[in-house]
Design a protein. Sequence first.
Length: 292
Amino acid sequence: MGERIGYIGLGKMGLALSKVLLEDGHEVCGYDVDEERKRMLADAGGRPLDSGREVAENADIVCSILLKPEHIEENIFGERGVVSAGRAGRIYIEMSTMPPGWQAELAERLGAHGIEMLDCPISGSHPKVMDRTITMMVGGKRDVFERVRPVFEPITAGFDYTGESGTGATMKIVTNLFVNASVALLAEVILTGERAGLSHETMMRCLGKGSVRGAMLEQTAPRIFERDFAPRGAVEIFVKDMGMAIDLARENGIDLEIVKAGRRMFQRALDAGWGKDDAARVIEVYEGKDGE
């Protein structure tokens, strides 16, 4: 028998997650400020609702995946938020990528209302949700993790417990530190090879056989070669996430020089108006097309 699951935030990730959970036989309801996204949920077989409160009233596991902390706060503690539903005992899962300390504090605040929270950020873009190759890193109480594990493990390539509240967020930031900086580095690799006369076929064949081979090369290099900027991981998200990585490292006495240099290039892409485009567009910053 399926679970009753609710999603607050029906963007590319939230809607994709809702769809795969529906495929697995769960009841899924959801809320978004965009009426079109709600219609898309209905078309997929889910139940669109009009507030975080309504989601909490109709779900035993409430998930949130939003871009900004103020949006999360409003949907939890606002007049029509999750807490106002008054149902202690439910589980709240925050899937947005937010700072670890913020996540741990949120778990404590929700606990005061009788709501158990897990911080459960996701590694992977929305196409990976649909083919079930995303990974989830989960912080919070172990028994709560085990309670939801049968729901989310089947839709991931890895549903891993990381420790106390905030550690899922920490693991996601550490993961992003590598992924985000690697896109900028790969842009440098490809542009240098192109300018020096190497073909794309030669670069992929040789890089793919050596120490560089791996998911980042296989997934990102073709998009850079083709200058395919259809959004998967958006520039604006990279700027936000790399900022969190820099802050986390600074709090622990580390200065991330490589990440800071990469973030400056993504910031230039953002300033050029390319924030919604895929992060592969950083190649055009290196090519001088951003106007600077």
